[in-house]
Design a protein. Sequence first.
Length: 198
Amino acid sequence: MKIIIVGATGTMGKYLAGVFETEHEIIRVSSKGGDIQADITSAESIENMFKQVGPFDALISTAGPTYVGPWAKMGNDEFWKGLEGKLMGQVNLVLIGQHYINPKGSFTLITGALTNEPQLNFANASAANGAVEAFIRAAAIELANGIRINAVSPTVIEASPQYFPFFPGEIPTTMQQLEYGFRKSVFGAHTGKVIKTH
């Protein structure tokens, strides 16, 4: 399979690219580095990325910038960061990508436990995650040609210990749990599902 990994230079993307490249053709996409550079906050940049890649079988997104910070300092500009990045960035990967993906292909987006288990300083991520999950359920009933779409929802990742203090009491998602969540989405038969790895 020809699989695009968006966010391929981040902690999750780098790991997934490493395990999947032994079995499939991996196209690494990142804002900096990777095989192709793309800014997911720009629809034009996403379109250019798909034109460079050409037809593909699956897209994995581990990208999605959000605002992390105290509620009292959050305003319109801060809140838009997650709406523009984690929400619309991933939505546009699907809206534009549907015109390039092969029949029976799949999209897998990233959400997170913050959707239902909010933590201090992460209100923007919680809102963006919830919207992404609603989007994949709606898109699943309209995508044509047998194309599937799911989201993978981890909690804090074991390889990102710098975030542990923000998630008190949460058991970190292991890299293997993360991998198998994405395997379930990409190689399974589900569509419109939020696959929880926590």
